[in-house]
Design a protein around this ligand. Structure first.
Ligand SMILES: C[S@@+](CC[C@H](N)C(=O)[O-])C[C@H]1O[C@@H](n2cnc3c(N)ncnc32)[C@H](O)[C@@H]1O
Length: 301
C-alpha cells in the first residue's frame, strides 16, 4: 500500500518520523471548563478517586493529558460539564483567536461546539457568540455541548457560512471550516485510506467562499482565525492566498506554546505572500495531537 500522504514528503520535514507517529495512538487531552469549576478543586476530587492528571500545556486554559485507555465520556465530571475532551491543537485555535471578555464573536462552523465552548470560557461567559452550523443533524450535539458546559452567551444559527446573512460586524470570527480531515488520521482507525488526499473534492471552493465571507463580517481592526485539520495546501495556504488576492488581509504572527512550522511559501506552481510564514502548521511528530493548519488574519483599520 502507498504510504499515507506520500505526496506531502516535499514539505513535511522528518517525513519518516511523521509516518511513524501515525502508527501510534492519538493521546486524549481534556480541557477544564472554568465556566463551571476551578482547576484545583477538580484535581483534588479526581485524586480522591485515584486519578492523577498530567498538565499538558502552560496556557490560560488548564489542559491535561487524560489517563491512557480511559473513556472520558463516562466520567461524572464529564456529565457535570467540569471537563471537555478536546485535542491540544484544537484548543490552540480558540487560544490564538483570544477573544476579549465582552466581545462579539462569530463561530462560522460550530458543531459539535468544542471551540465555541472554549471561546465562551476565554470570554468568561460575557459578550456574545453567534454559533453557526449548517447541518441540522449537528445542531443537537452542538446544543448538548453548550448546555452541558454551561455556555450562556451563545446563540445558534443554521446558515451556510459562505452566505452568512447578518449585516452586523464582529470583533472576532472563527472559521474552523469543513475539510478533508487528514490531520485526524492515525493507522488502525477505520477511515483510511479513503479520507486522505482528494476525499472531499473541491471542498476548497467552499473554504474560499467561507474565508471571504468571514473576513467581510469583521469590524475594522477585527481578527479571524482560519483553521483546518488537514495538511493539504490547497485547503490551507491556497485558501488564505485567495483571500489576500481579493481583500486587504494581513496574516498575523501566532504566539504559540505548542511547536509548529510556518506556512508554506509555495505549492504546485503557486507562490504565496511573504506573511504566509506567520501561519502555523501543526504536525503530529512535533506536537502529539491532531494535525492542524491555522492562520490568524487581521482586518486593518
Ligand atoms: C471542522 S467542523 C467544526 C468543528 C467545531 N468548530 C468544533 O471545534 O467543535 C466543521 C463543521 O462545519 C459544518 N459545515 C459544513 N459545511 C458548512 C457550511 N457551508 N456552513 C456552515 N457550516 C458548515 C460541518 O457540519 C461541521 O460541523
Amino acid at each position: 500500500m502507498e504510504r499515507a500522504f506520500e505526496g506531502y514528503s516535499e514539505f513535511i520535514p522528518f517525513f519518516s518520523d511523521f509516518q511513524d507517529c501515525l502508527q501510534t495512538p492519538l493521546p486524549q487531552h481534556l480541557r477544564v471548563n472554568t465556566l463551571k469549576i476551578s482547576t484545583l478543586p477538580l484535581l483534588r476530587a479526581l485524586e480522591r478517586k485515584g486519578i492523577f492528571l498530567k498538565a499538558a500545556l502552560d496556557s490560560e486554559t488548564p489542559l491535561f493529558l487524560a489517563p491512557e485507555g480511559t473513556s472520558l465520556g463516562r466520567w461524572l465530571e464529564y456529565a457535570l460539564g467540569y471537563i471537555h475532551p478536546q485535542a491540544l491543537t484544537s484548543c490552540a485555535a480558540s487560544l490564538f483567536l483570544g477573544p476579549e471578555t465582552g466581545s462579539y464573536v462569530l463561530d462560522l462552523c460550530a458543531a459539535p461546539g468544542g471551540k465555541t465552548s472554549h471561546l465562551s470560557q476565554l470570554m468568561k461567559g460575557e459578550g456574545l457568540i453567534v454559533a453557526n452550523e449548517l447541518h441540522r443533524k449537528r445542531h443537537m450535539p452542538l446544543m448538548n455541548t453548550l448546555s452541558r458546559l454551561g455556555v450562556l452567551n451563545a446563540v445558534l444559527t443554521g446558515y451556510p457560512a459562505q452566505e452568512f446573512p447578518f449585516r452586523g460586524k464582529f470583533d472576532y470570527v472563527l472559521a474552523d471550516v469543513p475539510c478533508s480531515g487528514e490531520g485526524t488520521f492515525r493507522y488502525g482507525r477505520d477511515h483510511f485510506p479513503e479520507k486522505t488526499r482528494g476525499s472531499r473534492p473541491n471542498v476548497w471552493e467552499t473554504q474560499r467562499r467561507i474565508i471571504l465571507r468571514g473576513f467581510d463580517l469583521l469590524k475594522e481592526g477585527g481578527q479571524m482565525l482560519y483553521a483546518t485539520c488537514t495538511y493539504n495546501p490547497e485547503e490551507n495556504e491556497s485558501v488564505v492566498a485567495h483571500l489576500q488576492k481579493h481583500r486587504d488581509a494581513e496574516i498575523m504572527k501566532i504566539d504559540s506554546p505548542l511547536p509548529f512550522l510556518p506556512g508554506l511559501s509555495g505549492w504546485n506552481r503557486e507562490t504565496y505572500g511573504e506573511d504566509m510564514k506567520n501561519a502555523a502548521r501543526f504536525y503530529p511528530h512535533y506536537v502529539n495531537s491532531v494535525g492542524f493548519f491555522m492562520a490568524k488574519i487581521g482586518r486593518r483599520r
